[in-house]
Structures are given as C-alpha cells and as structure tokens.
Write a protein that binds this ligand. Structure first.
Ligand code: NAI
Length: 340
C-alpha cells in the first residue's frame, strides 16, 4: 500500500515561492503539488512548464476549493498573510506561511484565535533558521547546558548590497528592515534564550546607500537592543549594504561559554591564497546560506500535517517575533525606548 501524500497548493510564485515550489514538487517525497495560485499568468505558466503543475488559479478562493486539497503553502506578500491563513483554516486546510506572520499585532492574535478553533490543522510560520543544522545543533547544546546559563544573544542579518535597489519594490509593504530581516534574529534569540518575555527596546538606524528608504520610514542599516524581564538581552543588526555578500551571524553568550553560528560566512570550504591574502568566497544571498534549511522546513511541515510528527515552533512564537519587531521599529522611528 502506498503511503498517503499531502496534497499541497503553492500560493505565490515570486522570488521565494518558486524555490518552495521546486522543493515541494521535487524534493519532499510526502508532498504532491496539485495546484498553484498567482495573479500573474506568467508565474502559472512557469509552474506548468517547469514543474508540471498544470492546474493554476488566479483566485485564492478558487484554489481553496480545489478538490482534495489538504494544505496551502503561502509565499505571498506579508500584507496578505493573516487573511489568507484565516481563509485556509476556515476551509479546513493545513497552512505553511512565510515569515513574518503579519505586520499587525491584532492580526497575529486573530490568526491565533482562528487556529485555536482548528486544533486538528497544522500551521507553521517559516522561521527557516530553526531548521538549519548549525542553529539546531547550537540550540541543543545550549539546552544541554554546554555554555551554562545563556544571557545575551548578538545576532545579525546582513544582505549584500544590490546596487539596482530592487528591494525598494518591497519597501512599501515589508514593514521595514526589523520586521523583514531582524524578525529571523528575534525568533532565534527567543528560541536560544528559552522564550524570555520582552521588557524594553532601544533602536536606531541609518541610510548608508539607499536614501529612498527614508520615504517609507525605513533604513538600510538598523541596530536594536531588547531587554527581557528575566535580565537576559539581545542585540540585533540588520543591513542591506554589505559589500562582501550575505552574512547571517549569531553569537550566544552564557555563564560558561559562547557559541557562534556563521562567524565566517564562507560559501564553501575552498580557501584561496593569492596576492590579496588568504580568504574564502562569501555566500551571495540568504538562499545560498539556508537552501538546506528551506528543504528540511518543507519536509517537517509536510510530515506534521500528515500527523507523523509535532512541530517544534508555535504560532505564538511568530506573534512574539512580530510584537518585538514592531517595538523595534517604533523605537527607531520615534527615537526613544519603547516599553512593553
Ligand atoms: P515576491 O513579491 O517575489 O512574490 C510574491 C508572490 O505573491 C508573487 O508570485 C505574486 O504574484 C504573488 N501574489 C501577490 N498577490 C497574490 C494573491 N492575492 N494571491 C496569490 N498570490 C499573490 O515576494 P517574495 O520575496 O517571494 O516574498 C514572499 C514572502 O516570503 C514575504 O512574506 C517575505 O517576507 C517572505 N520571505 C521570506 C524569506 C525567508 O528567509 N524565509 C526570504 C524572502 C522572502
């Protein structure tokens, strides 16, 4: 007897949606992509020609009505996440949704309330770094007490500068650099510190290159510090202007030691020695760094929706990440500490 597969609809086939679609269609054995949804006809054509996903819907409600659909994979603009998750849950579908859950705290809580009405459905927000082998190992080692009591996380998400400024397209809807980029680091900090409760936030930023971001109250480099009620702390940097490539780095300081993940953002193990010195090439972008984790994430969601495992992260974790990211954004825009 063949084992059941999860019949998935992929929603959104942009920059990241195409990557997820390829994984689901080709590398997640227990998933079957039965339909795609996008308002852009060329994206549906891509899904048909590249992946053989011949059923395409321009309309999300029509996708939800697709016969036999078990789950949706939402890789849509962040402003759509909350409503699309709620509609999927009401239609009885399991939901994977990209981060962040929402840019609005009330919407996060609405999604949590709806999810509570459907305990049989799996819902996962894509905090992909939790599925990276190195972060997973670091978390296990901290839980085992290897570095004593962890009290400080210093974490950064720094993207290579794109001189074309293509990311400006996302500026009106991304929620700003802290909700778009640091939300990953916030989730990591909570996870690695054992889910402390935030107390106060300080933040500031600058526009080193992309001054057009000012019009959206955004910056291309941001710094923030979060104090937690138990005395632990986290400090974050986000940047869109690195010259050398994408560099995600996280350090965790404990009473008995320190762990660092990503302190050399090398592309691979090739070391180049030449007239410039001794060096490695750098990961160019987030996908090069986290490709394996995106696949593991999709496999874990699929297995959880099929009832074969439980998830290690909760919807409330995603609400907390938004809550802290919003406070960081407010602290920067109003140039003052923000209390929770
Ligand atoms: P994108 O703009 O390249 O793609 C968005 C897609 O959604 C497009 O295919 C568009 O046609 C589709 N779409 C728009 N309205 C729709 C609707 N009403 N129904 C169905 N589809 C619709 O954006 P990108 O970069 O792929 O980002 C998507 C999401 O993924 C965002 O929430 C972003 O925060 C997240 N993301 C997560 C990353 C991570 O590291 N986990 C990295 C990059 C993005």
């Amino acid at each position: 007897m063949s084992s059941p597969t999860l019949k998935v609809g992929i929603v959104g086939l942009g920059r990241l949606g195409q990557r997820h679609a390829i994984n689901l269609a080709q590398r997640v054995p227990n998933a079957e992509v039965v339909a795609a949804c996008s308002p852009v006809p060329a994206e549906l054509d891509w899904a048909a020609s590249q992946l053989g996903i011949t059923t395409g819907y321009a309309d999300y409600d029509a996708l939800l009505a697709h016969p036999g659909l078990d789950a949706v994979f939402l890789v849509t603009p962040t402003s759509l996440h909350a409503d699309q998750i709620i509609a999927a849950l009401r239609a009885g579908k399991h939901v994977f949704c990209e981060k962040p859950l929402s840019l609005d705290l009330a919407d996060c809580l609405k999604v949590e309330a709806e999810a509570a009405r459907h305990p049989q459905l799996t819902i996962m927000i894509g905090f992909v770094r939790r599925f990276d082998a190195s972060y997973h190992d670091a978390q296990q080692k901290i839980a085992q007490g290897l570095i004593g009591k962890p009290y400080l996380v210093r974490s950064q998400t720094c993207d290579q500068n794109d001189p074309s400024g293509a990311f400006m397209r996302f500026a009106p809807t991304s929620g700003g650099i802290f909700l778009d980029c640091s939300v990953h680091d916030i989730d990591l900090a909570r996870w690695l510190l054992g889910n402390p409760v935030p107390k106060r936030v300080y933040a500031s930023g600058t526009n080193a290159i992309h001054t057009g971001l000012q019009a959206f109250g955004d910056v291309d480099n941001g710094l923030a510090t979060v104090e937690f009620a138990d005395g632990s702390m986290a400090s974050f940097m986000a940047s869109r202007t690195m010259a050398h490539g994408h560099e995600t780095l996280t350090e965790v300081f404990g009473t008995g030691g320190r762990l660092a993940v990503g302190s050399n953002p090398r592309l691979n193990r090739v070391e180049i020695s030449d007239a410039h010195g001794v060096r490695n090439e750098c990961t160019p972008d987030f996908y090069a760094r986290f490709a394996d984790a995106f696949l593991i994430e999709a496999q874990e969601f699929t297995d959880a929706a099929l009832g074969r495992r439980t998830l290690s992260l909760t919807l409330h974790d995603a609400t907390e990440a938004t809550r802290i990211g919003l406070a960081m954004t407010q602290a920067m825009r109003e140039a003052r500490p923000v209390e929770f």
